[in-house]
Design a protein around this ligand. Structure first.
Ligand code: PGA
Length: 250
């Protein structure tokens, strides 16, 4: 069965609710009737309610940018899976490299967040990827394997059904440097082999692995043409409705 591609927007810390509504007003007509790919927009928490309302009855789903592993508690600044579900949010990013780099996110906390998202029935987009020094030192495969093993170790194949992985080489995020389609496909193959080891062949062959890192309308079709690439996680170029629609319709 061919894997349906997923094109996800990661808005990071951009846009107010008003700007969110304006985005959807312009974006939805550009992608209405587009069924080939799944489309998800992940805005900041403060925009989730506006996004869900704006995307209601459309072909666009809404995701959070992180989730805590506890359902509730004294965890200032965090939000839980049940809070996302209460807003009709269906997807969530976990383990983004900016969380790992700037907010002390570790393989262990990524694993806890991933497990909580899956158990709650959310579709997690779990990010992995090497930094430039690791790539230059020839450590890319080791890093990807380590991140996958640590993130997936506490999840069973049965519970992992909704898992989506995003390969995001850190040196390509927001830098305008995209991994070549061939280089991304190689990394995806490493991730798929690791998923085969952990979850088995059947699971791994249906696992969607997205590419992220300076995806733009101009390079999307070459990336999406790779059989190993099952979609994109898009930062900067997802903030503009026309540009994100251009990527969705690569
Ligand atoms: P970028 O970000 O498209 O701006 O490189 C991708 C991401 O961080 O998910």
């Amino acid at each position: 069965m061919p894997r349906k591609k997923l094109i996800a927007a990661n808005w990071k810390m951009y846009k107010t609710p008003e700007q969110t509504l304006a985005f959807f007003r312009d974006f939805l007509p550009l992608v209405s009737g587009h069924r080939r790919d799944e489309i998800v927009v992940c805005p900041p928490y403060t925009d989730l309610a506006a996004a869900v309302e704006a995307a209601k009855a459309s072909n666009v789903a809404v995701g959070g940018q992180n989730v805590h592993w506890k359902d509730e508690g004294a965890f200032t600044g965090e939000i839980s899976a049940s809070m996302l579900l209460a807003l009709n949010v269906t997807h969530v990013i976990v383990g983004h490299s900016e969380r790992r780099q700037y907010f002390c996110e570790t393989d262990d906390t990524v694993s806890l967040r991933l497990k909580a998202a899956l158990e709650a029935g959310l579709t997690p987009i779990c990010c992995v990827g090497e930094v430039l020094e690791e790539r230059e030192a020839g450590l890319t495969d080791d890093v990807l394997r380590r991140q996958c093993v640590r993130a997936f170790h506490s999840v069973s194949a049965k519970k992992a059904a909704k898992l989506v992985v995003a390969y995001e080489p850190v040196w390509a995020i927001g830098t305008g440097k995209t991994a070549t389609p061939e280089l991304a496909a190689e990394a995806h193959a490493v991730i798929r082999r690791e998923a085969t080891e952990i979850f088995g062949e059947a699971f791994a062959s249906s696992l969607r692995i997205l590419y992220g890192g300076s995806v733009k309308p101009e390079n999307a079709s070459a990336l999406m043409a790779e059989e190993e690439i099952d979609g994109a996680l898009v930062g900067g170029a997802s903030l503009d409705p026309k540009s994100f629609a251009g990527i969705v319709k690569y």
